[in-house]
Write a protein that binds this ligand. Sequence first.
Ligand code: ADP
Ligand code: MG
Ligand code: ZN
Length: 617
Amino acid sequence: MPTQKPRLPPSVWLIFIGLAVVTMLGVFGNRGGADAGSTAIPYSQFQQLLDAGKVKQVTVSGNMIRGTLKEKLPDGNTSFSTLQVPADLAGTLAKHGVEYSAAPSNDALGTLLSWVVPPLLFVGIWLWASRAMMGGGGRGGLGGLGGGLFSVGRSRAKLITAETGIQTTFDDVAGVDEAKAELHEIVDFLKRPEEFGRLGAHIPRGILLVGPPGTGKTLLARAIAGEAGVPFFSTNGAEFVEMFVGVGAARVRDLFEQARGSAPCIIFIDELDALGRARGASPITGQDEKEQTLNQLLAEMDGFDRSVAIVVLAATNRPEILDPALLRAGRFDRQVLVDRPDKKGRVDILKIHLKRMKLADDVKIEDVAALTPGFTGADLANLANEAAVVATRRGGDSVSMDDFTRAIERIVAGLEKKSRVLIPNERRIVAYHEMGHALVALAIPGSDPVQKVSIIPRGIGALGYTMQRPVDDRFLMSRQELENRMTVLLGGRAAEMILGDDISTGAADDLAKATDIARGIVMRFGMDEHLGPVAWDTEQANFLHDQPGAFWQQRRYSDETAHEIDQAVRAHVEAARARAVSILQANREALDEGATALLAHETLGADDLPKVKQMAA
Ligand code: ADP
Ligand code: MG
Ligand code: ZN
């Protein structure tokens, strides 16, 4: 979005000057004390008329006297006004036959000004500040003035239609096939609502694109705008964040109002976290304002009925801070993961960004992709550009592989600081670790099937991941299942041990989870033979916050029991590790084979995993 210097539009200045002039006129116009339809007369004349008995009635306010005469003045008026001259002075003046009259004192003018100027100043400052906060730009709601004064509560979403068109299409996005497929479906839905409605399916209401920065979420949204062929309201969560209570909410209302007017359409809210932050999570900014805005959004999403074809699309790279209410059914209940691309994805993305570049013959896109694990789409776009810069600087007439290598080195140095790119030995360890989880899960009958294994760093912190899809929702778990789960969690560390070099910090998260399960077995579920069916754990989950009990809660068992609990927990974790190690030892070849495949392809689906021997407990 182009950022404009906050500046008052000329019309606002005009209004200012106008107000000032009107004020002045008011002040000075009153000088003679005349009103329309009445004649201002000198005070001496008034006294003469009074003496002559020609005055019918007077009204005195301050030193202003208004009244009517029994006969007409020379100009045809019967009403008059005059300003009183102090009586003793008037007497003296009358004695000498002087014509006398009074004028409003300068004091009065000063008083008036002091009443008028400060409010004007305040209005000015307020106008300026609200302009500055809105950062200029946007649609001026009501002509020029609208920008500041009356359109604060208007949504500043950009409307993109077929005519104002966006050139981005799905062909400009690569490497995120699942997300693309999902969004294709939405586009189809919007294009032919009758066809989908035929079987009673209704259009999803909210879709949330989730993924690390630079993976193409905004790009995907633009592609939808380009392809859907329906109006597309594009806005940013930050545009709803304001200092004044109610402004953000008013904008949300306005946005949905507009959208309803042009359904079927898409509303896109980029960086949803700016507005959808969990209530009560940010102590600094205006609490009320944030909550009102969020509540308004929730209300609007609940409000429009299913027959109105409005799809709300949003993007965030911090789903964890979103208010849970946003993710509930009927709101953003469809979440589309836009993840870092694997090797094949990177090849496709590079093809897009290298399309317009002159490449030397020695450049193989596959090789560039192989050198850039962990890169996002934005990193790759940056890489293409950087390589061209390097080539230009050395005066070459095409971009060579050497330029790419140099550009990669430069970018990697930056990314390594953010720990998103692994050195080769780390990749090997991560590959064994993840394959360890996967094979243990495969080898234990009845555990959740492995869906995907990857050594592409995901989110923040995790270096790779193994995705298991639960077969169905579980409310109860048997002890055997808990132990199976622990064993899978320890599969990573077990694989590292089998690989033999050393063990790594990569298992920290797994160990924490496994230990939690072990504590549950021993302390909460009473499943440990030795400690018996006693609930040692006195924690009471808070039903709203689901947080562990308060820290001041007392331990209700003896020191000996504490000791036994610690030993039992350790024994359970140790048992799981021993089991994982023996499973992997029995499947050593599969482990090597799988890790090698993982290093080569970075991501493996369920069908690509090596066969393992099943191991009953
Ligand atoms: P996000 O919104 O996820 O942070 P963007 O959509 O803003 O990321 O991506 C920034 C730029 O990086 C895009 O304009 C595009 O040039 C490039 N890019 C990112 N992801 C992809 C992708 N999957 N395919 C092609 N280009 C991409
Ligand atoms: Mg973005
Ligand atoms: Zn792990």
